[in-house]
Ligand binder design. Structure first.
Ligand code: AMP
Ligand code: MG
Length: 355
């Protein structure tokens, strides 16, 4: 058990973060402390990436398994030199096209990076976030910042400052709150250590966008096939999960709606508190269904709106003590790939598939 720390809370303007708050939080990181901060994907829990002790504290504060490596955040591509031994041409192309942005590059690890950051791997995950407060914080710290998502391990990632406070108040030195995160799901993790780039985790940059810049891009088969070990260690954990049982229902629209309505009735007969997470298009179907809580995740035609809402909706279910969550599913193209990956993982891969 970690001892209780007084957590300083700094509400800031996302576009023009208060320089005093940023300076203070930069100092905390430089001196070995932990600061949760906003990024365009989700909130991160940052520490000095070059200090082993500081990075160990991230694992303690989150209750994170030791074999799950951290992403190092930089404020400029110029900061990569101490972190990796090789920047292949494909990395340069990705940096040019997508940084700052929700793309993490896996590259060979430089000796200066403590083993705890990469969980003992000889590779390291690197990203430049697209958020003024994150970039200002990294610059103020004057060191690269190792940061996983700022949630307790196993809980949905935080997309609001209040989510971070729920999970980490008393466990970290400071929280910078700049309101909602724009993307809402984590970065895409792309392995560039071999000739063919491989997506290890779908996220804020889509496979289609990567293909447009790199040509052929593979997807780690371990992401879909449970019998294979995924190549990104963190991907194997059941996380992003709410407390209630989450059941995604997939198939033709009308069948999905009918099945969800039936499951709502069954759940209510068992005395359960039931929620529905649905598309804007089918929301009217669930009016008067008896569900305790109906959340419109977004439009089927705009999967990025679904991504931006998903984690907040899962946490809202926890707040309302929902015991059964029925979720519609979304097409796997574009941002839909990341949405479906998170939804399936949050559900422990148990999906009702209708044909
Ligand atoms: P989080 O930021 O909490 O979503 O966690 C970081 C993610 O990056 C995890 O899924 C890790 O498995 C992944 N990651 C970090 N470093 C590496 C690496 N060297 N190779 C593959 N995946 C990595
Ligand atoms: Mg995480």
């Amino acid at each position: 058990m970690t001892s209780v720390i007084e957590t300083r809370y700094f509400p800031i303007d996302p576009l023009a973060p208060d320089p005093g708050a940023i300076e203070e939080c930069g100092r905390i990181i430089r001196e070995g402390g932990l600061v949760a901060f906003p990024t365009e994907t989700v909130y991160g829990l940052g520490a000095n990436a070059l200090e082993e002790g500081a990075c160990r504290r991230i694992f303690q504060a989150k209750g994170r398994p030791q074999d799950n490596p951290l992403i190092i955040h930089v404020a400029s591509p110029d900061d990569l030199e101490v972190l990796t031994t090789d920047l292949p041409p494909q990395a340069a192309k990705c940096i040019q096209a997508f940084w700052p942005g929700p793309l993490t590059l896996v590259l060979p690890k430089a000796p200066r990076v403590p083993a705890v950051v990469s969980a003992g791997l000889n590779t390291v995950a690197l990203r430049m976030p697209d958020h003024p407060a994150a970039l200002a914080l990294i610059r103020a710290a004057g060191v690269p910042v190792a940061a996983p998502s700022a949630n307790l391990s196993g809980r949905p990632s935080p997309t609001l400052g209040s989510h971070v406070m729920e999970d980490l108040a008393g466990r970290v030195e400071a929280v910078l709150d700049a309101g909602p995160c724009r993307v809402g799901v984590e970065s895409t993790v792309l392995d560039l250590t071999e000739a063919l780039p491989v997506i290890l985790r779908p996220g804020g940059i889509t496979r289609e966008e990567l293909t447009g810049v790199l040509g052929q891009v593979a997807v780690d088969p371990g992401l879909q096939d449970e019998s294979l070990a995924p190549r990104s260690p963190g991907v194997k954990y059941r996380h992003y999960a709410p407390k209630g049982k989450l059941v995604p229902v997939s198939g033709p629209e009308e069948k999905v709606q009918a099945r969800i309505l039936r499951e709502i009735r069954r759940g209510r007969e068992q005395g359960l508190r039931v929620a529905v997470l649905c598309s804007a298009e089918s929301a009217p179907v669930y009016a008067g269904s008896g569900a305790e809580y109906v959340e419109i995740l977004g439009s089927k035609r705009e999967p990025w709106t679904v991504a931006a809402t998903l984690y907040r909706a899962l946490r809202e279910c926890d707040q309302r003590n929902i015991e059964l969550i029925l979720a519609e599913t979304f097409a796997r193209s574009g941002m839909g790939a990341a949405v479906m990956n998170r939804l399936e993982k949050a559900a422990g891969h148990h999906v009702i598939l209708l044909t």
